[in-house]
Write a protein that binds this ligand. Structure first.
Ligand SMILES: *Cc1c(COP(=O)(O)O)cnc(C)c1O
Length: 239
């Protein structure tokens, strides 16, 4: 078993190599470390390795993590200002009754997939006097995935999100089908990329619309080749 720092280093090298193959610069891809399966000591470790973008898929768990981290940092006399610099990304399905709590911790939500959820985020962000970064989650997998808007609805939803003053639409998110078939994975990412280009080409969203959040531990190299700018990776670091 190699250590977390070895695994993180290996991952960063593999990401760099994939970027090079795709003719992209390394810093055109942001790694979001997904903490959902990780013990709290391991999360502390990745923070000390310098990772500042962390992702969680359930807000209740996230709230617990932030409390536990604060306690752990105190216990070890770690620099607590480091915790303030972390950007928490919500990457899993979000229920409307959890929006208020989510916005207190997360500044970016990857899993926005309905108009009703967008309206609630906009309302709560307005009440809290903030702007929230959101990504439209699109189901590009041709599978009956539970979440993500249908491909055919994506452009229209993006247009509507852009009318909401406290939302900042910064990109699209998608999840590949659960399959070993690399061609199907690639087709899914390519489809997301097409919609992304269409939204940019038609100037539907502003200059901040520049992210494609796709790629997990099993498929991030394909995602990089297809234009991902944000990778969401957990098990390759923690397992
Ligand atoms: C768990 C999860 C990830 C990370 O998956 P790994 O296979 O552990 O890298 C990425 N995105 C979402 C939405 C997840 O729920």
């Amino acid at each position: 078993m190699s250590s977390i720092s070895d695994k993180a280093k290996h991952l960063q090298n593999t990401i760099a190599a994939a970027c090079a193959r795709a003719g992209r610069t390394e810093n055109s891809v942001k790694l979001i470390v997904v903490t959902k399966t990780a013990p709290i000591q391991a999360i502390r470790e990745v923070i000390h390795l310098g990772f500042t973008d962390l992702g969680e898929n359930r807000v209740q768990h996230l709230k617990q993590i932030t409390e536990d981290l604060a306690a752990l940092f105190k216990e070890h006399s770690d620099d607590e200002t480091v915790l303030e610099k972390i950007n928490w990304h919500l990457i899993g399905h979000l229920q409307r009754n959890k929006v208020k709590q989510t916005l207190k911790i997360c500044n970016t939500i990857h899993s926005l997939d309905t108009l009703r959820l967008a309206e609630e985020i906009n309302t709560q962000a307005h009440k809290q006097g903030i702007h929230t970064n959101v990504l439209l989650q699109v189901n590009c997998s041709r599978e009956n995935q539970k979440y993500g808007c249908p491909v055919g609805a994506a452009i229209h939803l993006a247009e509507q999100f852009c009318t909401m003053p406290n939302l900042r639409l910064i990109g699209l998110m998608t999840m590949a089908p659960l399959t070993m078939d690399k061609d199907r994975v690639r087709a899914c990412f390519a489809r997301a990329r097409e919609i992304f280009e269409e939204i940019r080409g038609e100037h539907i969203a502003g200059a901040k619309f520049k992210h494609l959040s796709m790629g997990m531990s099993q498929d991030y190299e394909i995602a990089i080749e297809e234009g991902a700018t944000m990778l969401r990776i957990g098990s390759a670091i923690f397992n």
